[in-house]
Write a protein that binds this ligand. Sequence first.
Ligand code: FAD
Length: 385
Amino acid sequence: MDFALSEEQRMFRDMFRNFAAKEVAPRADEIDHAETLPKEILRKATDQGFLGATIPEDYYGAALDNISYALLIENLATACASLAVTVAAHVSQVAMSILDFGTDAQKEEWLPALAGGEAIGALALSEPDAGSDMLGLETRARYEGDEVVLNGVKTWVTNGELAGLFLVFAQGPQGMDAYLVPRDTPGLTVGYREPTLGLRSAFFNTVYLEDCRVPQSYRLGGPGQGASVAERAVDRMAVALAAVGLGLAESSVDVAAQYSTERVQFGVPIGKKQAIQNYIANAYIETEALRYLVYRAAWLIDQGEDFSVDASVVKAFGARTARSVTNRMLQVLGGYGFMEDYPMARKYRDARILGIIGGPTEVHDFRVARYILAQKDLEIVPQHQ
Ligand SMILES: Cc1cc2nc3c(=O)[nH]c(=O)nc-3n(C[C@H](O)[C@H](O)[C@H](O)COP(=O)(O)OP(=O)(O)OC[C@H]3O[C@@H](n4cnc5c(N)ncnc54)[C@H](O)[C@@H]3O)c2cc1C
């Protein structure tokens, strides 16, 4: 067992940390309040190769291993969780789905464009009446000769407004299908952008599909294989979202620890008070536990092992940890923690979504329980949770 990062991984971590501190952190509050992600930040991230993070070199990606990719998402999230989620949705949900399930032609057509940022990826699965229940989709895929006609409504599509390529899930004649739908396909409309509690620099849109026609060759995976594509994307995104939680938690501990040395009450820095020390120590302990769960899940992906249970373990733990750590670190800042002029309020708001986006914590808990109980010969299915 080796807990050390390789020399290359350490080099990447330092590079990501540097980028986040210099290029993103100074503008993170401003762009959060403006509720936008400036093009130049995305361009700088693209120039660094971040949008092609785990895409192989054959397709002009950066070919990072998954631990390095987790380090990327973690470090971006220390500065701006919106940017981290934007990159993760593009890489983990769309680019990697094409790599996992695409034909050679699909990989050649889309992976270089995704790596180079010419197309941003967005995954369109959820619907107004299909959230946790992924299999209850109402979007339909009707086969007409060599074409497929898509009709339906998709909600809260991360990157919707930015996207050049949508990975759309629909009910086909043989079960759920997945389709690669370019932004300019007639019949696809990007609609309403939802105002949100957190992640305010990211974009979440409703997407409408009205007689949207694509060739059958745009299907990702075989007919009826959409559920496998979706599950794999959920697993990959779960690990990336846990890395977002790690970045939020560790940067909150850092901000609160620094503040506790500067804020003087009753004649001493508040860091000398045991209650504050306990807050900081416990938050640090939970953050370090999360760190190793994140790196371990990433390592399992690199080993080519089944990581779906570990993905749920780390997603659920990451969401809880990010939420409780940001909450307690906000408490260390007292009233300043509540003020929007300080980054802690943003981190606290951003952490809240991690228990919902990418599948709610209850669903990930269920997946873990199903795994444990199966070993005791008790089979459980989602309706019976
Ligand atoms: C900011 C944001 C970004 C998103 N990005 C995307 C995206 O890019 N692409 C995409 O397709 N979707 C996206 N989603 C949708 C997201 O995946 C769903 O919100 C999530 O799957 C939960 O669905 P729901 O919100 O409809 O909640 P529901 O499924 O209605 O659940 C409501 C509550 O009931 C609980 N619950 C539901 N079923 C059960 C059960 N069987 N047992 C116990 N408890 C249960 C849930 O855990 C939750 O607490 C995004 C959502 C948000 C908020």
